[in-house]
Design a binder for this molecule. Structure first.
Ligand code: NAG
Ligand code: NAG
Ligand code: NAG
Ligand code: NAG
Ligand code: NAG
Ligand code: NAG
Ligand code: NAG
Ligand code: NAG
Length: 504
Protein backbone atom coordinates (compact mmCIF):
# COMPACT_ATOMS: atom_id res chain seq x y z
CA UNK A 1 0.00 0.00 0.00
CA UNK A 2 1.38 3.46 -0.80
CA UNK A 3 2.76 5.52 2.02
CA UNK A 4 1.97 8.92 0.52
CA UNK A 5 -0.01 11.73 2.10
CA UNK A 6 0.43 10.18 5.53
CA UNK A 7 3.33 12.03 7.08
CA UNK A 8 1.32 14.63 8.98
CA UNK A 9 0.91 13.11 12.40
CA UNK A 10 2.04 15.13 15.39
CA UNK A 11 4.16 13.56 18.09
CA UNK A 12 4.06 13.20 21.89
CA UNK A 13 0.72 14.35 23.18
CA UNK A 14 -2.21 13.18 25.18
CA UNK A 15 -5.64 13.75 23.78
CA UNK A 16 -8.81 14.25 25.70
CA UNK A 17 -11.88 14.22 23.47
CA UNK A 18 -13.80 17.46 23.83
CA UNK A 19 -17.27 16.03 23.63
CA UNK A 20 -17.85 12.76 25.40
CA UNK A 21 -20.31 11.65 27.97
CA UNK A 22 -19.76 9.42 30.97
CA UNK A 23 -22.70 7.20 31.78
CA UNK A 24 -23.31 4.41 34.23
CA UNK A 25 -25.05 1.11 33.75
CA UNK A 26 -26.03 -1.09 36.70
CA UNK A 27 -23.28 0.45 38.82
CA UNK A 28 -20.64 -0.21 36.18
CA UNK A 29 -19.02 2.88 34.71
CA UNK A 30 -19.44 2.97 30.96
CA UNK A 31 -16.56 4.04 28.78
CA UNK A 32 -17.08 7.58 27.38
CA UNK A 33 -18.34 7.93 23.81
CA UNK A 34 -17.57 10.64 21.27
CA UNK A 35 -20.83 12.18 20.04
CA UNK A 36 -21.43 14.70 17.30
CA UNK A 37 -23.94 17.34 16.21
CA UNK A 38 -23.77 16.76 12.45
CA UNK A 39 -23.99 12.97 12.64
CA UNK A 40 -25.76 10.36 14.76
CA UNK A 41 -22.52 8.36 14.94
CA UNK A 42 -21.26 7.52 18.42
CA UNK A 43 -17.87 5.95 18.93
CA UNK A 44 -15.66 5.03 21.88
CA UNK A 45 -13.32 7.75 23.09
CA UNK A 46 -9.83 6.65 21.98
CA UNK A 47 -7.34 7.69 24.65
CA UNK A 48 -3.98 7.98 22.85
CA UNK A 49 -0.70 8.58 24.67
CA UNK A 50 2.49 8.96 22.65
CA UNK A 51 5.95 8.59 24.14
CA UNK A 52 7.78 8.62 20.82
CA UNK A 53 7.25 8.66 17.07
CA UNK A 54 4.74 6.17 15.71
CA UNK A 55 4.73 4.92 12.13
CA UNK A 56 2.35 6.69 9.71
CA UNK A 57 -1.08 5.25 9.03
CA UNK A 58 -4.57 4.97 10.48
CA UNK A 59 -5.83 2.41 12.99
CA UNK A 60 -8.38 -0.14 11.65
CA UNK A 61 -10.47 -2.03 14.19
CA UNK A 62 -13.93 -3.34 15.06
CA UNK A 63 -14.70 -1.84 18.47
CA UNK A 64 -17.50 -3.73 20.18
CA UNK A 65 -19.28 -2.21 23.16
CA UNK A 66 -20.03 -5.27 25.29
CA UNK A 67 -22.33 -3.43 27.71
CA UNK A 68 -24.33 -1.51 25.08
CA UNK A 69 -24.14 -4.58 22.77
CA UNK A 70 -23.16 -2.84 19.57
CA UNK A 71 -20.14 -2.97 17.28
CA UNK A 72 -18.84 -1.29 14.12
CA UNK A 73 -16.03 -1.48 11.64
CA UNK A 74 -14.01 1.69 12.22
CA UNK A 75 -10.94 3.72 11.32
CA UNK A 76 -9.25 6.15 13.74
CA UNK A 77 -6.39 8.61 13.33
CA UNK A 78 -3.52 8.79 15.80
CA UNK A 79 -5.02 11.75 17.64
CA UNK A 80 -7.83 9.43 18.74
CA UNK A 81 -10.33 10.95 16.32
CA UNK A 82 -12.76 8.82 14.36
CA UNK A 83 -12.19 8.77 10.59
CA UNK A 84 -14.85 6.29 9.50
CA UNK A 85 -17.54 4.20 11.08
CA UNK A 86 -19.51 1.55 9.18
CA UNK A 87 -22.97 0.21 10.03
CA UNK A 88 -23.63 -1.42 13.41
CA UNK A 89 -23.72 -5.20 13.86
CA UNK A 90 -21.41 -8.09 14.73
CA UNK A 91 -17.99 -7.55 13.16
CA UNK A 92 -14.65 -9.31 13.23
CA UNK A 93 -11.46 -10.00 11.26
CA UNK A 94 -11.23 -6.53 9.74
CA UNK A 95 -8.15 -6.08 7.63
CA UNK A 96 -7.18 -3.38 5.12
CA UNK A 97 -5.50 -5.16 2.21
CA UNK A 98 -4.72 -4.96 -1.51
CA UNK A 99 -6.99 -6.72 -3.99
CA UNK A 100 -5.91 -6.55 -7.65
CA UNK A 101 -3.73 -3.53 -6.83
CA UNK A 102 -6.64 -1.70 -5.24
CA UNK A 103 -6.76 -0.82 -1.51
CA UNK A 104 -9.77 -2.49 0.12
CA UNK A 105 -11.05 -3.34 3.59
CA UNK A 106 -12.24 -6.89 4.27
CA UNK A 107 -14.31 -7.74 7.34
CA UNK A 108 -16.51 -10.50 8.68
CA UNK A 109 -20.11 -9.91 9.76
CA UNK A 110 -22.89 -12.24 10.81
CA UNK A 111 -24.13 -14.22 13.80
CA UNK A 112 -21.68 -14.79 16.61
CA UNK A 113 -21.82 -17.02 19.63
CA UNK A 114 -19.40 -18.63 22.09
CA UNK A 115 -16.19 -17.78 20.27
CA UNK A 116 -17.22 -18.68 16.72
CA UNK A 117 -19.73 -17.52 14.17
CA UNK A 118 -21.66 -17.94 10.93
CA UNK A 119 -21.45 -15.14 8.39
CA UNK A 120 -19.71 -13.74 5.33
CA UNK A 121 -16.80 -11.50 4.40
CA UNK A 122 -17.59 -8.05 3.03
CA UNK A 123 -14.97 -6.32 0.92
CA UNK A 124 -15.36 -2.55 0.50
CA UNK A 125 -13.32 -0.21 -1.67
CA UNK A 126 -11.92 3.17 -0.66
CA UNK A 127 -15.41 4.67 -1.14
CA UNK A 128 -16.65 2.20 1.52
CA UNK A 129 -18.90 0.62 -1.11
CA UNK A 130 -19.26 -3.16 -1.04
CA UNK A 131 -17.47 -4.60 -4.08
CA UNK A 132 -17.55 -8.27 -3.04
CA UNK A 133 -19.35 -10.44 -0.53
CA UNK A 134 -17.65 -13.79 0.04
CA UNK A 135 -19.93 -16.52 1.36
CA UNK A 136 -19.84 -20.24 2.08
CA UNK A 137 -23.01 -22.20 1.42
CA UNK A 138 -23.97 -23.98 4.64
CA UNK A 139 -26.28 -26.42 2.87
CA UNK A 140 -24.02 -27.35 -0.03
CA UNK A 141 -21.19 -28.00 2.43
CA UNK A 142 -23.50 -29.80 4.83
CA UNK A 143 -22.55 -27.71 7.87
CA UNK A 144 -23.93 -28.72 11.22
CA UNK A 145 -24.36 -25.84 13.67
CA UNK A 146 -24.90 -25.80 17.42
CA UNK A 147 -28.37 -24.42 16.86
CA UNK A 148 -31.07 -26.76 15.80
CA UNK A 149 -32.87 -26.18 13.51
CA UNK A 150 -31.42 -22.67 13.00
CA UNK A 151 -29.81 -22.12 9.61
CA UNK A 152 -27.54 -19.39 8.34
CA UNK A 153 -27.11 -17.65 4.99
CA UNK A 154 -23.36 -18.29 5.05
CA UNK A 155 -21.07 -20.38 7.22
CA UNK A 156 -17.80 -18.43 7.34
CA UNK A 157 -16.42 -18.15 10.89
CA UNK A 158 -15.30 -14.90 12.60
CA UNK A 159 -11.54 -15.51 12.64
CA UNK A 160 -9.87 -14.76 9.31
CA UNK A 161 -10.13 -12.65 6.12
CA UNK A 162 -6.66 -12.94 4.58
CA UNK A 163 -6.52 -11.98 0.88
CA UNK A 164 -3.79 -13.63 -1.23
CA UNK A 165 -1.92 -12.21 -4.22
CA UNK A 166 -4.06 -14.44 -6.46
CA UNK A 167 -7.39 -12.76 -5.72
CA UNK A 168 -8.43 -15.48 -3.29
CA UNK A 169 -9.30 -15.23 0.39
CA UNK A 170 -8.48 -17.51 3.34
CA UNK A 171 -11.24 -18.04 5.90
CA UNK A 172 -12.16 -20.45 8.68
CA UNK A 173 -15.40 -22.30 9.39
CA UNK A 174 -16.73 -24.34 12.31
CA UNK A 175 -18.66 -27.57 11.78
CA UNK A 176 -20.15 -29.54 14.65
CA UNK A 177 -19.09 -33.14 14.16
CA UNK A 178 -19.26 -36.42 16.05
CA UNK A 179 -15.92 -37.52 17.46
CA UNK A 180 -14.46 -40.11 19.80
CA UNK A 181 -13.28 -38.14 22.85
CA UNK A 182 -12.26 -41.15 24.94
CA UNK A 183 -8.53 -40.35 24.48
CA UNK A 184 -9.04 -37.32 26.78
CA UNK A 185 -11.60 -38.86 29.11
CA UNK A 186 -14.67 -37.80 27.19
CA UNK A 187 -17.47 -39.82 25.63
CA UNK A 188 -16.77 -42.24 22.76
CA UNK A 189 -19.76 -40.80 20.90
CA UNK A 190 -18.85 -37.17 21.63
CA UNK A 191 -19.09 -33.90 19.70
CA UNK A 192 -16.45 -31.36 18.64
CA UNK A 193 -16.30 -27.98 16.92
CA UNK A 194 -14.28 -29.18 13.96
CA UNK A 195 -12.52 -26.24 12.32
CA UNK A 196 -12.04 -25.90 8.59
CA UNK A 197 -9.82 -23.78 6.41
CA UNK A 198 -11.13 -22.60 3.04
CA UNK A 199 -9.47 -20.76 0.21
CA UNK A 200 -12.21 -19.11 -1.87
CA UNK A 201 -12.03 -17.22 -5.15
CA UNK A 202 -13.28 -13.72 -4.32
CA UNK A 203 -14.93 -12.98 -7.68
CA UNK A 204 -16.69 -16.31 -8.22
CA UNK A 205 -17.07 -17.59 -4.62
CA UNK A 206 -15.63 -20.89 -5.88
CA UNK A 207 -13.97 -23.07 -3.24
CA UNK A 208 -10.35 -23.76 -4.24
CA UNK A 209 -9.14 -25.47 -1.07
CA UNK A 210 -10.92 -27.12 1.86
CA UNK A 211 -9.20 -28.61 4.87
CA UNK A 212 -10.69 -30.06 8.04
CA UNK A 213 -8.65 -30.47 11.24
CA UNK A 214 -10.66 -33.51 12.33
CA UNK A 215 -9.92 -35.27 9.05
CA UNK A 216 -6.23 -35.00 10.08
CA UNK A 217 -6.67 -35.86 13.73
CA UNK A 218 -3.89 -38.45 13.45
CA UNK A 219 -1.48 -35.53 12.88
CA UNK A 220 -3.14 -33.16 15.35
CA UNK A 221 -4.25 -35.39 18.21
CA UNK A 222 -6.64 -34.55 21.04
CA UNK A 223 -3.92 -35.03 23.67
CA UNK A 224 -2.21 -31.88 22.30
CA UNK A 225 -5.24 -29.71 23.15
CA UNK A 226 -4.87 -27.42 26.18
CA UNK A 227 -8.56 -26.77 26.79
CA UNK A 228 -10.38 -28.77 29.49
CA UNK A 229 -13.39 -30.83 28.51
CA UNK A 230 -15.29 -29.40 31.51
CA UNK A 231 -18.26 -31.60 30.76
CA UNK A 232 -18.54 -30.39 27.15
CA UNK A 233 -18.57 -32.67 24.14
CA UNK A 234 -21.46 -34.76 25.41
CA UNK A 235 -24.00 -33.45 22.96
CA UNK A 236 -24.42 -31.44 19.78
CA UNK A 237 -25.31 -28.18 21.54
CA UNK A 238 -22.18 -28.20 23.69
CA UNK A 239 -19.38 -29.47 21.42
CA UNK A 240 -15.78 -29.60 22.66
CA UNK A 241 -13.55 -26.71 21.43
CA UNK A 242 -11.15 -28.82 19.33
CA UNK A 243 -9.17 -27.28 17.66
CA UNK A 244 -10.27 -23.58 17.58
CA UNK A 245 -8.35 -22.12 14.62
CA UNK A 246 -7.78 -18.37 14.45
CA UNK A 247 -5.23 -17.25 11.86
CA UNK A 248 -4.49 -18.64 8.39
CA UNK A 249 -1.85 -17.48 5.88
CA UNK A 250 -0.66 -18.96 2.62
CA UNK A 251 3.02 -19.25 1.69
CA UNK A 252 3.64 -20.81 -1.72
CA UNK A 253 1.21 -23.72 -1.87
CA UNK A 254 1.16 -24.29 1.91
CA UNK A 255 -0.90 -22.84 4.75
CA UNK A 256 0.22 -21.63 8.18
CA UNK A 257 -2.58 -22.42 10.61
CA UNK A 258 -2.82 -21.27 14.25
CA UNK A 259 -4.79 -23.42 16.68
CA UNK A 260 -5.55 -21.51 19.88
CA UNK A 261 -6.66 -24.44 22.02
CA UNK A 262 -3.82 -26.68 20.84
CA UNK A 263 -1.30 -23.83 21.54
CA UNK A 264 0.06 -24.88 18.15
CA UNK A 265 1.06 -23.74 14.71
CA UNK A 266 0.68 -26.19 11.82
CA UNK A 267 2.17 -25.91 8.35
CA UNK A 268 -0.20 -27.67 5.97
CA UNK A 269 0.75 -28.92 2.49
CA UNK A 270 -1.65 -28.47 -0.43
CA UNK A 271 -2.68 -32.14 -0.13
CA UNK A 272 -3.80 -31.38 3.45
CA UNK A 273 -1.11 -33.26 5.29
CA UNK A 274 0.72 -31.57 8.19
CA UNK A 275 4.30 -30.74 7.10
CA UNK A 276 5.34 -29.61 10.58
CA UNK A 277 3.79 -28.91 13.96
CA UNK A 278 5.13 -26.36 16.45
CA UNK A 279 3.49 -26.91 19.83
CA UNK A 280 3.96 -23.93 22.18
CA UNK A 281 4.24 -26.14 25.28
CA UNK A 282 5.86 -29.40 24.15
CA UNK A 283 7.62 -28.20 20.99
CA UNK A 284 5.85 -30.76 18.78
CA UNK A 285 8.32 -31.46 15.95
CA UNK A 286 10.75 -28.93 17.47
CA UNK A 287 12.93 -28.27 20.50
CA UNK A 288 11.73 -25.24 22.49
CA UNK A 289 14.60 -22.94 23.55
CA UNK A 290 14.68 -20.57 26.52
CA UNK A 291 11.52 -18.44 26.88
CA UNK A 292 9.97 -19.64 23.64
CA UNK A 293 6.82 -21.26 25.00
CA UNK A 294 3.42 -19.81 24.05
CA UNK A 295 -0.23 -20.73 24.43
CA UNK A 296 -3.73 -19.62 23.29
CA UNK A 297 -1.97 -17.36 20.74
CA UNK A 298 -3.36 -15.27 17.86
CA UNK A 299 -2.30 -13.79 14.53
CA UNK A 300 0.72 -16.00 13.71
CA UNK A 301 2.55 -14.97 10.51
CA UNK A 302 5.90 -15.62 8.88
CA UNK A 303 8.25 -12.65 8.93
CA UNK A 304 10.82 -14.70 7.02
CA UNK A 305 10.74 -18.09 5.28
CA UNK A 306 13.41 -20.29 3.70
CA UNK A 307 13.80 -24.06 3.38
CA UNK A 308 16.04 -24.07 6.47
CA UNK A 309 14.35 -21.58 8.76
CA UNK A 310 11.21 -19.57 9.43
CA UNK A 311 10.78 -16.50 11.61
CA UNK A 312 7.29 -16.27 13.10
CA UNK A 313 5.55 -13.38 14.85
CA UNK A 314 2.48 -13.88 17.06
CA UNK A 315 0.35 -12.36 19.79
CA UNK A 316 0.85 -14.67 22.76
CA UNK A 317 -2.19 -14.30 25.01
CA UNK A 318 -1.03 -17.08 27.40
CA UNK A 319 -4.64 -17.03 28.58
CA UNK A 320 -8.11 -18.30 27.90
CA UNK A 321 -11.34 -18.10 29.90
CA UNK A 322 -10.39 -21.30 31.75
CA UNK A 323 -6.84 -20.24 32.80
CA UNK A 324 -5.63 -18.08 35.66
CA UNK A 325 -4.60 -14.59 34.63
CA UNK A 326 -1.10 -14.33 36.04
CA UNK A 327 1.21 -14.64 33.02
CA UNK A 328 1.96 -11.64 30.86
CA UNK A 329 0.52 -11.33 27.38
CA UNK A 330 3.37 -10.49 25.01
CA UNK A 331 4.24 -10.08 21.35
CA UNK A 332 6.77 -12.71 20.29
CA UNK A 333 9.11 -13.30 17.39
CA UNK A 334 10.49 -16.84 17.13
CA UNK A 335 13.18 -18.35 14.92
CA UNK A 336 12.42 -21.95 14.03
CA UNK A 337 15.13 -24.18 12.53
CA UNK A 338 13.25 -26.50 10.19
CA UNK A 339 16.21 -28.84 9.73
CA UNK A 340 19.17 -30.00 11.83
CA UNK A 341 18.80 -28.87 15.45
CA UNK A 342 15.07 -28.11 15.04
CA UNK A 343 15.56 -25.48 17.73
CA UNK A 344 13.16 -22.65 18.49
CA UNK A 345 14.86 -19.42 19.60
CA UNK A 346 13.32 -16.22 20.95
CA UNK A 347 14.27 -13.26 18.74
CA UNK A 348 12.25 -10.60 20.52
CA UNK A 349 9.39 -10.11 22.91
CA UNK A 350 7.45 -6.95 23.65
CA UNK A 351 5.06 -5.86 26.36
CA UNK A 352 4.13 -2.66 28.17
CA UNK A 353 5.93 -2.89 31.52
CA UNK A 354 4.14 0.23 32.82
CA UNK A 355 0.69 -1.18 32.14
CA UNK A 356 1.08 -4.96 31.70
CA UNK A 357 -1.78 -6.81 29.98
CA UNK A 358 -3.24 -10.26 30.69
CA UNK A 359 -5.46 -10.71 27.63
CA UNK A 360 -8.01 -13.48 27.91
CA UNK A 361 -8.86 -13.68 24.22
CA UNK A 362 -8.27 -12.27 20.74
CA UNK A 363 -5.54 -9.81 19.71
CA UNK A 364 -3.13 -9.08 16.89
CA UNK A 365 0.52 -8.53 16.04
CA UNK A 366 1.54 -6.45 13.02
CA UNK A 367 5.07 -5.76 11.78
CA UNK A 368 5.27 -2.14 10.59
CA UNK A 369 8.04 -0.19 8.81
CA UNK A 370 11.29 0.77 10.58
CA UNK A 371 11.12 -2.33 12.77
CA UNK A 372 8.01 -1.07 14.57
CA UNK A 373 5.28 -3.40 15.83
CA UNK A 374 1.59 -2.70 16.44
CA UNK A 375 0.12 -4.97 19.09
CA UNK A 376 -3.52 -5.11 20.13
CA UNK A 377 -4.95 -7.09 23.01
CA UNK A 378 -8.44 -8.19 21.94
CA UNK A 379 -10.54 -8.58 25.08
CA UNK A 380 -8.34 -5.96 26.79
CA UNK A 381 -9.20 -2.84 24.75
CA UNK A 382 -5.66 -1.53 24.31
CA UNK A 383 -3.41 -0.87 21.33
CA UNK A 384 0.38 -0.50 21.64
CA UNK A 385 3.13 0.45 19.23
CA UNK A 386 6.78 -0.46 19.85
CA UNK A 387 9.92 0.78 18.09
CA UNK A 388 12.77 -1.31 16.66
CA UNK A 389 14.22 -1.85 20.16
CA UNK A 390 10.94 -2.89 21.76
CA UNK A 391 10.44 0.50 23.44
CA UNK A 392 6.79 1.51 23.62
CA UNK A 393 6.07 4.66 21.58
CA UNK A 394 2.26 4.73 21.71
CA UNK A 395 -0.46 3.41 23.97
CA UNK A 396 -4.17 3.75 23.20
CA UNK A 397 -7.12 2.60 25.26
CA UNK A 398 -10.69 2.61 23.94
CA UNK A 399 -12.55 1.02 26.83
CA UNK A 400 -12.37 -0.19 30.42
CA UNK A 401 -11.60 -3.89 30.67
CA UNK A 402 -14.71 -5.97 29.98
CA UNK A 403 -16.60 -3.00 28.47
CA UNK A 404 -15.08 -2.89 24.95
CA UNK A 405 -13.10 -5.21 22.71
CA UNK A 406 -11.86 -5.67 19.17
CA UNK A 407 -10.72 -8.92 17.58
CA UNK A 408 -7.69 -7.27 15.94
CA UNK A 409 -6.25 -3.82 15.08
CA UNK A 410 -4.01 -2.97 12.15
CA UNK A 411 -2.23 0.20 11.08
CA UNK A 412 -2.21 1.12 7.37
CA UNK A 413 -2.04 4.21 5.18
CA UNK A 414 -5.44 4.91 3.65
CA UNK A 415 -7.11 7.47 1.39
CA UNK A 416 -10.87 7.49 1.94
CA UNK A 417 -13.13 8.62 -0.92
CA UNK A 418 -16.61 8.61 0.62
CA UNK A 419 -19.47 8.36 -1.87
CA UNK A 420 -21.59 10.52 0.44
CA UNK A 421 -21.59 14.29 0.93
CA UNK A 422 -20.32 16.11 4.04
CA UNK A 423 -22.92 16.31 6.86
CA UNK A 424 -23.76 19.75 8.21
CA UNK A 425 -25.84 21.27 11.00
CA UNK A 426 -25.98 25.03 11.58
CA UNK A 427 -27.60 27.06 14.34
CA UNK A 428 -27.85 30.66 15.49
CA UNK A 429 -27.05 31.57 19.09
CA UNK A 430 -29.64 34.22 20.10
CA UNK A 431 -27.29 35.75 22.69
CA UNK A 432 -24.23 36.74 20.68
CA UNK A 433 -25.70 36.69 17.21
CA UNK A 434 -23.07 34.24 15.97
CA UNK A 435 -23.92 31.03 14.21
CA UNK A 436 -22.23 27.70 14.76
CA UNK A 437 -21.72 25.36 11.84
CA UNK A 438 -20.84 21.72 12.54
CA UNK A 439 -19.42 19.68 9.66
CA UNK A 440 -18.23 16.07 9.39
CA UNK A 441 -17.63 13.69 6.48
CA UNK A 442 -17.64 10.03 7.49
CA UNK A 443 -14.67 8.28 5.89
CA UNK A 444 -12.81 11.29 4.49
CA UNK A 445 -9.11 11.18 5.37
CA UNK A 446 -7.51 14.23 3.83
CA UNK A 447 -9.78 17.31 3.98
CA UNK A 448 -7.61 20.30 4.89
CA UNK A 449 -10.14 23.11 5.27
CA UNK A 450 -13.89 23.65 5.32
CA UNK A 451 -15.42 26.62 3.50
CA UNK A 452 -18.84 27.88 4.66
CA UNK A 453 -20.95 29.49 1.92
CA UNK A 454 -24.10 31.53 2.20
CA UNK A 455 -25.27 31.81 -1.39
CA UNK A 456 -22.10 32.50 -3.37
CA UNK A 457 -20.45 34.37 -0.51
CA UNK A 458 -17.73 32.63 1.53
CA UNK A 459 -18.67 33.38 5.14
CA UNK A 460 -15.87 31.53 6.89
CA UNK A 461 -12.93 29.17 6.28
CA UNK A 462 -11.73 26.81 9.02
CA UNK A 463 -9.00 24.19 9.30
CA UNK A 464 -10.42 20.66 9.63
CA UNK A 465 -10.31 19.69 13.28
CA UNK A 466 -11.08 16.04 13.94
CA UNK A 467 -14.11 14.03 12.88
CA UNK A 468 -16.38 17.05 13.34
CA UNK A 469 -15.19 20.63 12.86
CA UNK A 470 -17.02 23.42 14.70
CA UNK A 471 -17.00 26.75 12.85
CA UNK A 472 -18.24 30.09 14.24
CA UNK A 473 -19.81 32.29 11.57
CA UNK A 474 -20.86 35.94 11.79
CA UNK A 475 -23.74 37.65 10.08
CA UNK A 476 -26.24 34.85 9.46
CA UNK A 477 -29.94 34.97 10.33
CA UNK A 478 -32.19 32.04 11.08
CA UNK A 479 -33.77 32.09 7.63
CA UNK A 480 -30.38 31.83 5.89
CA UNK A 481 -29.05 28.57 4.56
CA UNK A 482 -25.46 27.46 4.28
CA UNK A 483 -23.43 25.01 2.22
CA UNK A 484 -20.06 23.70 3.41
CA UNK A 485 -17.40 22.64 0.91
CA UNK A 486 -14.30 20.50 1.47
CA UNK A 487 -10.95 21.99 0.48
CA UNK A 488 -7.90 19.80 -0.17
CA UNK A 489 -7.49 16.06 -0.64
CA UNK A 490 -9.20 13.68 -3.03
CA UNK A 491 -12.65 15.12 -2.26
CA UNK A 492 -11.61 18.72 -2.93
CA UNK A 493 -14.63 20.89 -3.76
CA UNK A 494 -17.27 18.40 -2.56
CA UNK A 495 -20.23 20.38 -1.22
CA UNK A 496 -22.78 19.48 1.43
CA UNK A 497 -26.51 19.80 0.88
CA UNK A 498 -27.85 23.27 1.65
CA UNK A 499 -29.03 23.45 5.28
CA UNK A 500 -31.15 26.09 6.96
CA UNK A 501 -29.73 27.79 10.06
CA UNK A 502 -31.74 26.70 13.12
CA UNK A 503 -31.77 27.80 16.79
CA UNK A 504 -28.99 26.60 19.15
C1 NAG B 1 -6.59 8.84 29.36
O1 NAG B 1 -5.20 8.65 29.56
C2 NAG B 1 -4.64 9.56 30.48
C3 NAG B 1 -3.15 9.35 30.50
O2 NAG B 1 -2.84 8.02 30.76
C4 NAG B 1 -5.29 9.36 31.85
O3 NAG B 1 -4.78 10.33 32.75
C5 NAG B 1 -6.80 9.52 31.73
O4 NAG B 1 -7.41 9.22 32.95
C6 NAG B 1 -7.34 8.58 30.66
N1 NAG B 1 -8.79 8.81 30.47
C7 NAG B 1 -9.67 7.82 30.62
C8 NAG B 1 -11.10 8.16 30.37
O5 NAG B 1 -9.34 6.70 30.95
C1 NAG C 1 -25.34 -10.68 16.10
O1 NAG C 1 -25.25 -12.00 16.64
C2 NAG C 1 -26.37 -12.32 17.46
C3 NAG C 1 -26.11 -13.63 18.15
O2 NAG C 1 -25.94 -14.66 17.22
C4 NAG C 1 -27.64 -12.34 16.60
O3 NAG C 1 -28.76 -12.61 17.41
C5 NAG C 1 -27.80 -10.99 15.93
O4 NAG C 1 -28.89 -11.05 15.02
C6 NAG C 1 -26.54 -10.60 15.18
N1 NAG C 1 -26.68 -9.25 14.69
C7 NAG C 1 -26.57 -8.92 13.40
C8 NAG C 1 -26.79 -7.49 13.06
O5 NAG C 1 -26.28 -9.76 12.56
C1 NAG D 1 -16.27 1.75 -5.23
O1 NAG D 1 -17.26 0.87 -5.71
C2 NAG D 1 -18.43 1.54 -6.19
C3 NAG D 1 -19.44 0.46 -6.51
O2 NAG D 1 -18.90 -0.46 -7.42
C4 NAG D 1 -18.06 2.42 -7.37
O3 NAG D 1 -19.21 3.11 -7.81
C5 NAG D 1 -17.01 3.41 -6.92
O4 NAG D 1 -16.57 4.17 -8.02
C6 NAG D 1 -15.82 2.70 -6.33
N1 NAG D 1 -14.91 3.67 -5.76
C7 NAG D 1 -13.63 3.68 -6.08
C8 NAG D 1 -12.79 4.73 -5.44
O5 NAG D 1 -13.14 2.87 -6.87
C1 NAG E 1 -19.96 -31.42 8.96
O1 NAG E 1 -20.14 -32.57 9.74
C2 NAG E 1 -21.10 -33.45 9.19
C3 NAG E 1 -21.33 -34.54 10.21
O2 NAG E 1 -20.13 -35.11 10.59
C4 NAG E 1 -20.59 -33.96 7.85
O3 NAG E 1 -21.55 -34.79 7.26
C5 NAG E 1 -20.35 -32.78 6.93
O4 NAG E 1 -19.76 -33.21 5.73
C6 NAG E 1 -19.41 -31.81 7.61
N1 NAG E 1 -19.29 -30.61 6.80
C7 NAG E 1 -18.10 -30.09 6.50
C8 NAG E 1 -18.10 -28.80 5.76
O5 NAG E 1 -17.05 -30.60 6.83
C1 NAG F 1 -25.75 -30.66 26.53
O1 NAG F 1 -24.74 -30.78 27.51
C2 NAG F 1 -24.69 -29.68 28.42
C3 NAG F 1 -23.53 -29.93 29.37
O2 NAG F 1 -22.34 -29.76 28.70
C4 NAG F 1 -26.00 -29.57 29.18
O3 NAG F 1 -25.96 -28.43 30.01
C5 NAG F 1 -27.15 -29.45 28.19
O4 NAG F 1 -28.36 -29.47 28.89
C6 NAG F 1 -27.11 -30.58 27.18
N1 NAG F 1 -28.13 -30.32 26.16
C7 NAG F 1 -28.94 -31.26 25.74
C8 NAG F 1 -29.90 -30.85 24.68
O5 NAG F 1 -28.90 -32.40 26.19
C1 NAG G 1 -0.87 -18.07 -6.88
O1 NAG G 1 -1.08 -18.94 -7.98
C2 NAG G 1 0.13 -19.51 -8.48
C3 NAG G 1 -0.21 -20.29 -9.72
O2 NAG G 1 -1.26 -21.18 -9.45
C4 NAG G 1 0.76 -20.38 -7.39
O3 NAG G 1 1.97 -20.94 -7.83
C5 NAG G 1 1.02 -19.54 -6.16
O4 NAG G 1 1.49 -20.35 -5.11
C6 NAG G 1 -0.25 -18.86 -5.72
N1 NAG G 1 0.03 -17.97 -4.62
C7 NAG G 1 -0.77 -17.87 -3.59
C8 NAG G 1 -0.34 -16.92 -2.51
O5 NAG G 1 -1.80 -18.51 -3.49
C1 NAG H 1 1.38 -34.65 0.81
O1 NAG H 1 2.41 -33.81 0.34
C2 NAG H 1 3.62 -33.95 1.07
C3 NAG H 1 4.60 -32.88 0.60
O2 NAG H 1 4.22 -32.31 -0.60
C4 NAG H 1 4.16 -35.35 0.91
O3 NAG H 1 5.37 -35.51 1.64
C5 NAG H 1 3.12 -36.32 1.45
O4 NAG H 1 3.54 -37.65 1.22
C6 NAG H 1 1.77 -36.11 0.78
N1 NAG H 1 0.79 -36.91 1.51
C7 NAG H 1 -0.15 -37.60 0.92
C8 NAG H 1 -1.09 -38.34 1.82
O5 NAG H 1 -0.26 -37.63 -0.29
C1 NAG I 1 17.85 1.15 19.13
O1 NAG I 1 19.05 0.70 19.73
C2 NAG I 1 20.22 0.98 18.97
C3 NAG I 1 21.42 0.34 19.68
O2 NAG I 1 21.43 0.74 21.03
C4 NAG I 1 20.38 2.49 18.81
O3 NAG I 1 21.48 2.76 17.99
C5 NAG I 1 19.11 3.04 18.14
O4 NAG I 1 19.17 4.45 18.08
C6 NAG I 1 17.88 2.65 18.93
N1 NAG I 1 16.68 3.07 18.20
C7 NAG I 1 15.78 3.88 18.73
C8 NAG I 1 14.60 4.21 17.87
O5 NAG I 1 15.89 4.35 19.84
Amino acid sequence: MSRTAMGRFSQAFILFASCFSVAKSAGKELWPLQKFKSSSIQTPFMNVTKMGTAEPGFLFLTPRDIIRETGHPAIYSDDGQLIWQGPSGNYSALQPQMLNNEPVIAYWSGDVSRGFGFGGITIVNSSYDEIHRVTLDCKAENFVTIYDPMTFASCIDIHESEITDNGTILVTAVNVTEADLSAIGGPKDGWIQDALVYEIDIKTNEILFRWSAYEHIDQMPLRDVRAPLDGSGGNKTDPYGYPHLNSISKYGDSYLVSSRYMCSLFFIASNGSVTWHLHGQTGGDFELGLDTSFCYQHDARFKFQSDERVTISLHNNEHASFTGHTSLTTGMVLDVELQGSKRVTLKSRMWDSTEPVYAESQGSYQSLGNGHVLQQHGSTPKIEEYDENGTIVMRARFGYDKTMQTYRTYRYPWVGRPATKPDVVACLDGKNGKSTVYVSWNGATDVEYWKVYSGTEVKETAVRNGFETTILVDGLTSSDSVVVAAVGGVGDGMRSESVTVGQC
